[in-house]
Write a protein that binds this ligand. Structure first.
Ligand SMILES: Cc1cc2nc3c(=O)[nH]c(=O)nc-3n(C[C@H](O)[C@H](O)[C@H](O)COP(=O)(O)OP(=O)(O)OC[C@H]3O[C@@H](n4cnc5c(N)ncnc54)[C@H](O)[C@@H]3O)c2cc1C
Length: 440
């Protein structure tokens, strides 16, 4: 019996295992094993909507066993520690696992670019846990800020900075804006809109680099109009508790800093032998195989494929690329077992869709550039369609629909506890008067 192992249940790994199962369904001499440290597939594009309390976290995660259905691959929830390519063995937390062929799809991790204090003092935004933790943080600070007496201290608690003006940073901040301005400022009587500060910190002179200039200009205008400050040409040089240093000169005080400035390949992938690009991705050939190890394929955020000419294809680390890699890796693994010619991977851009919060988005697809309500509807339709299955599509559609009728859910799972920031900033025994407003 030959064993095919797939590492990672993300977009690339899940696509690979589903296709492998189909390609080897009538080949009883093969065993297919999926190993991942999470027992679900996560639809990352909707993570900002978890942080902003728009959808329920479970609705964007699909259990691997539900995706598997009647397929015959096995699933092992385990953590991979290292990969021994020479001996064809994986060292997992539960022990060693041998393989005959391997697909590595372990994804990426946050790139802090060596900025001192960034790892310790900023919120990561890569996983379901990260988005839940951020949502809790936002609500926790609002609960404290609601009754704090010192106006400056309240502003400090309600300053949220996002580092990185790529699509993740923009979508996160615009979603948070909707939550804070349209829900929090209306339902927390001690908080008004003008005490909330939202800042996007970008190292270059533009946000959403890589998207059409017209759409970029629209996004910049829209964010400004919505009360989001954008600091251009602002490289974060140090992070500390409650703030960041910019360009080694000025400090920005913010109780919450989220780091969305870049990604690197998984550390296990970075430790593999052979060439890697600047982001630590394993340099694989046009068939997604590792140099000197033709039985090993690397896919998704972990891989950078070479063109037929041997030059790296500059494919971004996005879901459509991971899915395409997963498909090609599975097919080439099957071709190799059957002594058939392998298929080359070619990067084809599928466009870019970025939500700008309620009723606005920028969309660049097939040479067409649109923004506004139609683009926003298109963004919603595409994301709903791309969700794993009908159950998840239905759950998210219901969350969105209920959100148009009822207020968002501000349930804080954590009980009241000591908050260092609040204790330092306020006289805890004093209760601030409610902000006067005409509608509550
Ligand atoms: C907040 C956010 C928003 C995004 N929005 C978009 C978007 O709108 N559009 C888009 O196209 N892309 C988006 N992306 C990027 C997209 O999610 C990635 O490009 C894609 O997930 C890469 O797929 P992958 O399979 O390579 O890795 P992943 O999906 O990250 O999967 C990696 C898998 O490996 C597992 N794993 C990791 N380490 C171990 C270990 N040691 N042992 C066992 N298993 C392990 C993980 O649990 C996971 O199952 C977004 C990403 C984030 C974080």
């Amino acid at each position: 019996m030959k064993r095919i192992v797939v590492l990672g249940s993300g977009f690339a790994g899940m696509q690979a295992v589903i296709d492998l199962e189909r390609l080897f369904r009538k080949a009883p001499g093969y065993e297919i094993l999926l190993i991942s440290d999470q027992n679900y597939v996560l639809f990352t594009p909707l993570l900002p909507q978890i942080a902003s309390s728009q959808i329920d976290p479970r609705h964007i995660a699909q259990a691997v066993r539900d995706v598997r259905g009647h397929r015959r691959f096995r699933f092992l929830r385990d953590t991979v520690r290292t990969i021994d390519l020479a001996n064809r063995r994986i060292d997992a937390a539960s022990g060693p696992i041998a393989y005959d062929s391997l697909v590595i799809a372990l994804g990426s991790r946050t790139n802090y670019f060596g900025v001192p204090g960034a790892r310790e003092h900023t919120y990561d935004f890569k996983s379901l846990e990260d988005s839940i933790a951020l949502r809790e943080r936002v609500l926790d600070l609002c609960e404290h800020a609601d009754h704090i007496t010192d106006e400056n201290a309240r502003r400090g608690l309600l300053t949220f900075a996002v580092v990185g003006g790529g699509y993740t940073g923009v979508e996160l901040l615009t979603d948070l804006r909707d939550f804070l301005f349209d829900y929090i400022a209306r339902h927390f009587r001690g908080i008004s809109r003008n005490t909330i500060r939202l800042v996007l910190v970008e190292a270059s002179d533009s946000i959403l680099n890589g998207i059409h200039p017209l759409l970029r200009a629209h996004a910049m205008k829209r964010l400004k109009a919505e009360g989001i400050e954008i600091l251009y040409n602002s490289r974060v040089t140090r992070c500390f508790e409650g703030g960041i240093e910019i360009n080694q000169k000025e400090n920005l005080q913010a109780a919450t800093i989220v780091w969305t400035a870049g990604v690197r390949a998984h550390e296990i992938v970075e430790a593999l032998p052979g060439a890697h690009d600047r982001a630590g991705r394993a340099q694989v050939n046009e068939y997604l195989q590792m140099e000197n190890f033709p039985e090993v394929f690397v896919a998704g955020d972990s891989a950078v494929a070479s063109s037929a000419a041997g030059l790296p294809e500059n494919a971004p680390q996005v879901a459509p690329v991971a899915i395409a890699h997963g498909k090609i890796a599975a097919r080439n693994l099957a071709h190799r077992e059957r002594n058939e010619p392998l298929e080359s991977y070619r990067y084809v851009s599928q466009g870019m869709l970025v939500s700008l919060g309620a009723r606005d988005a920028v969309v660049s697809v097939g040479g067409i550039q649109i923004h506004g309500s139609f683009a926003w509807l298109f963004w919603n339709a595409v994301h709903l369609y791309k969700l794993v299955n009908l159950k998840k599509q239905f759950q998210v559609a219901v969350d969105w629909s209920l959100g148009t009728i009822f207020p968002r859910d501000a349930v804080l799972f954590r009980r009241s506890g000591a908050c260092k920031l609040c204790a330092a900033a306020s006289n805890a025994s004093a209760i601030a008067p409610e902000v006067k407003r005409t509608t509550v």
